[in-house]
Structures are given as C-alpha cells and as structure tokens.
Write a protein that binds this ligand. Sequence first.
Ligand SMILES: [Zn+2]
Length: 105
Amino acid sequence: MEEQNSQGITSSRGGRKLIHIGFIYYRRISKNGKDYWKCLRKSDCRPTAITKLTGDALSVLKESEHQHALNQECVKAELVIQRLKRVATGHPELPPAQLFRENFL
Ligand SMILES: [Zn+2]
C-alpha cells in the first residue's frame, strides 16, 4: 500500500509530528530553517532526526537508528486520522460518522 512508506509532517493538538519510514517523531525545536525531531518513544529510544523543508519538499538531513521496531501500527493510525481530517475539511457538510463509513469501512 502506498501508506506503508508515507512520510510527512502532521500537526495535531499535541504539536507537530513527523512521520518518516514507519517512525514517528515529535518536534523539539526549529532553528535556521531546520526542524529537530525526537522519537516519540522517548523513554527507551534516543534518536533524533533533522529535517529541512524547502517549499513542499521535505528532506531528511539526518536520522539516527532506533532501538526498537517500526511503530507501524501507530503510523497507520496517525495516517488514518490525517486522511479523515483532510476529507472532513473538503466536505464540511458531511457528518463525521458518514465520512468514516465512506472512507474506512
Ligand atoms: Zn525510536
């Protein structure tokens, strides 16, 4: 599926998140046009990632290795939420329950 390797930056109430090849990061700081990210599993994983956004193109300048497996399930859930939000934004007249039924069932 195309979502397997999806990447991108999403924002939610919890702040900005980066999804990159199966891992999720949260943003720590933004400096000199670069974003510095930390693995969402901060308790047992230390990696950081540095990205640069040029227009709409996201490039990952640096990414360290993780001490755990991909959090594919979390990534999937995150992508579903983002997709639902996109659809909902395009169709404000539709009730959420209907959006959900039409897009995910
Ligand atoms: Zn990690």
